[in-house]
Design a protein around this ligand. Structure first.
Ligand code: TYD
Length: 213
């Protein structure tokens, strides 16, 4: 496979989607390959349907393991529909969230356990992992404050979780980063959006000098 797979990760309110939108035009201008931006949960029609099911605020009785399986299922479909075909077509695929989200949110946040969540995801992804994961780190209080002020009362089912949940998510991300320091590179997301975008651009271009002009 000749493309390059990059994921963006971080707790809610870390600003990764804003940063992705900010850096994409500049990255595309300088890249020697076409860039495809995608996201999870979702990214393809069937995966988007699973997304709606998972994030629906009405589904309060959803079991934690059901949730973990649905995330793994949407990931499988997204991989088959979008990620693998574009990597095979020699493109740069940037996914806003991938497998580390499940390990951090379901494994750590929901306390299902890192090993259990890793094993269902191993089944789903069959070894396809990002070459680079840009991890947006932000204290949980800052992330949650940003969500509240940005969206005024329209949080989804996961964003409604208490601060302790979000702290467990962040702790798990940091453990994953310690285990894979080459793949998972940290961005300080507790800065203004312009600075964060600049740091992300520099990080990606430095990691793949041959991919960009
Ligand atoms: P979304 O609105 O896409 O949020 P964000 O902009 O923060 O990515 O909602 C995604 C939510 O789903 C977010 O709270 C993280 C959560 N999530 C998981 O719990 N597990 C997963 O595997 C993925 C991909 C997302």
């Amino acid at each position: 496979m000749s493309g390059v797979f990059i994921s963006f990760e971080g707790p809610d309110g870390a600003g990764k989607t804003t940063a992705l939108n900010a850096v994409l035009p500049e990255l595309q201008k300088r890249a020697k390959k076409e860039i495809v931006a995608t996201r999870e949960p979702g990214g393809s029609p069937i995966a988007e349907k699973i997304r709606d099911l998972i994030l629906d605020v009405k589904n309060l009785e959803m079991d934690d393991r059901t949730e973990a399986l649905l995330y793994a299922a949407q990931r499988r479909q997204h991989l088959i529909d979008i990620i693998l075909p574009n990597l095979e077509a020699d493109k740069i695929v940037i996914s806003d969230r991938f497998v580390d989200s499940s390990i951090a949110y379901q494994g750590g946040g929901r306390q299902i356990g890192v090993d259990a969540v890793t094993s269902i995801n191993d089944f789903a992804i069959e070894g396809t992992m990002p070459e680079l994961t840009v991890y947006f780190d932000v204290p949980s209080e800052v992330g949650l404050d940003r969500i509240k002020s940005n969206r005024s009362g329209t949080e989804d089912r996961l964003e409604k979780e208490k601060i302790e949940f979000h702290q467990r998510v962040r702790d798990t991300y940091m453990k994953l980063q310690e285990q894979s320091p080459d793949r998972i590179q940290v961005i300080n997301a507790n800065q203004d959006t312009l600075q964060v975008a600049q740091d992300v651009l520099e990080l990606i271009i430095t990691k793949f000098p041959n991919l960009f002009n």
